[in-house]
Ligand binder design. Sequence first.
Ligand code: SF4
Length: 180
Amino acid sequence: MENGTLPAPVPKREYTWRETAAANLPYAAMILLGAATIALGFPRAPWAAAGAVAYGVYGVGGAVWIMIFVCPYCAYYGTRGCPCGYGLVAARLARKGDRECFAPKFKRHIPAIVPLWIIPLAAGVIALVQSFNGWLLGLVGVFAVNSYVLLPLLAQRHSCGDCPQREGCPWMGGKKNAEC
Ligand code: SF4
């Protein structure tokens, strides 16, 4: 037995470095598009460039946050079964946790990164209300499609479909909830 009561699963498949890089593209695109929306939406605001940089730092920090506080409880911690490679990095950042705690940890820590989806959209809408222009509308539209459609769709089809913890995952409507 592994730490906890759940046996260590064998990953259904191991992802190549190319697949891992591809799996990170939608998140990276969201951070770049979000930063661009903040910087370009308020061209005369002195804080716009700093805000864009802060959003980028938040994006990287959010990924590290998940690696430290969620991935140690995942079946794919420390393996190449993690599609986006976080599991391998997590093994260098944090000690392995109890797999039965995955769902509660997920629920507790995912809200820390939810503003990454909201801030650029809110900033873009405010900027458009203040001064409408077509290219900014397009930028906000691309951000919305990538972040709200493409990213979750790829995650569910590509990554979550093979996950041995999907029944306990809140993202997939799982019901298991250990006290952790
Ligand atoms: S599958 Fe998700 S929770 Fe599991 S190690 Fe990878 S990124 Fe972390």
